[in-house]
Design a binder for this molecule. Structure first.
Ligand code: NAD
Length: 279
């Protein structure tokens, strides 16, 4: 059983999640999600914009694992940053997933291109519906994704619920220190998207040497490091053997010195700028 940590709202979240970005709706998303749950993952990360909620939800329902033992996240896309938009988007996500509630609902992106001059008000309006969705039981926890400090500070002006998590890009060679420090200070749990980087970590000399030292693969080392940092990594794979490999990390205790070496690796991945990205 994957252990859990407690979010600031008192609810538990499994420390490792299964990513589904680019898992194509249909057999690929269905079979890989099913394989992940069979392998022991209890935390699944999808999003409206991944266009695979239908197959992911089907796999969840077919897995035979009781719903209350699973932790399911989906996300509000950029076309629905308003009170009514969020209400309709969550209803549509639940319908596609075939679920009565999700454990975590995230604002996917803080500053959509179409809202560059009013993103603060748009996030506040979407968030006010998300708070209501918690009250009526459609979601257990609410959070954000790709929010930097100024986005979090803006949301704070009107929010009555603090985001439980902020899902951002975090991996060896991709450490968003300012956002990480802020979230830690404000008890916002960090989820790590692309925790395996975009391939660069696999050829990095330090990662290779440390993986050998700990008798792990580079992927396993990166995930064990992420958890040691207090992040919740969300590795994605559609291959059964990698899905299993990415779970075999809980016997890997990285020394503080080696954790520091990984934390200080030079930048390997570009972090998308939420205020200028073209979507
Ligand atoms: P990732 O870091 O999980 O890397 C995925 C790639 O790594 C896969 O395509 C696979 O080819 C490879 N891989 C997986 N396991 C491996 C192993 N053991 N050995 C070698 N290669 C392996 O990247 P990702 O999918 O971009 O991110 C993970 C998850 O994070 C996504 O699926 C999604 O759920 C979430 N995500 C969120 C956002 C966001 O904006 N919130 C953005 C991107 C991803």
């Amino acid at each position: 059983m994957i252990k859990t940590v407690t979010m600031a709202n008192g609810l538990a979240i499994p420390v490792l999640g299964f990513g589904t970005f680019k898992a194509a709706d249909g057999e690929e998303a269905y079979q890989s999600t099913l394989a992940a749950i069979k392998a022991g993952y209890r935390h699944i990360d999808t999003a409206a914009i991944y266009h695979n909620e239908k197959s992911v939800g089907q796999a969840i329902r077919d897995s035979g694992v009781p719903r209350e033992e699973l932790f399911i996240t989906t996300k509000l896309w950029n076309d629905a940053h308003s009170y009514d938009g969020a209400k309709a988007a969550l209803a549509a996500s639940l319908e596609r997933l075939g679920l009565e509630y999700v454990d975590l609902y995230l604002i996917h992106w803080p500053n959509p291109k179409a809202l560059r001059d009013c993103w603060q008000a748009a996030n506040a309006a979407a968030w006010s519906y998300m708070e209501e969705a918690v009250e009526v039981g459609l979601v257990r926890s609410i959070g954000v994704s790709n929010f930097m400090v100024h986005h979090l500070e803006a949301l704070k002006q009107t929010a009555t619920i603090t985001p439980a998590v902020n899902q951002i890009r975090l991996a060896p060679g991709c450490y968003q220190k300012e956002t990480v420090d802020y979230c830690r200070r404000h008890h916002i749990l960090l989820e790590a998207w692309s925790p395996l980087g975009q391939g660069e970590i696999f050829t990095d000399d330090t990662m290779q040497a440390l993986a050998k030292k700990y008798n792990k693969t580079v992927a396993q080392l990166a995930l064990a490091w992420s958890i040691a940092e207090g992040f919740i990594p969300l590795p994605k794979s559609v291959h059964k053997e990698r899905i299993v490999e990415n779970m075999a990390i809980f016997d890997c205790e990285i020394s503080p010195e080696d954790s520091e070496r990984i934390r200080c690796l030079p930048d390997m991945s570009a972090i998308p700028d939420p205020d200028t990205k073209d979507f």
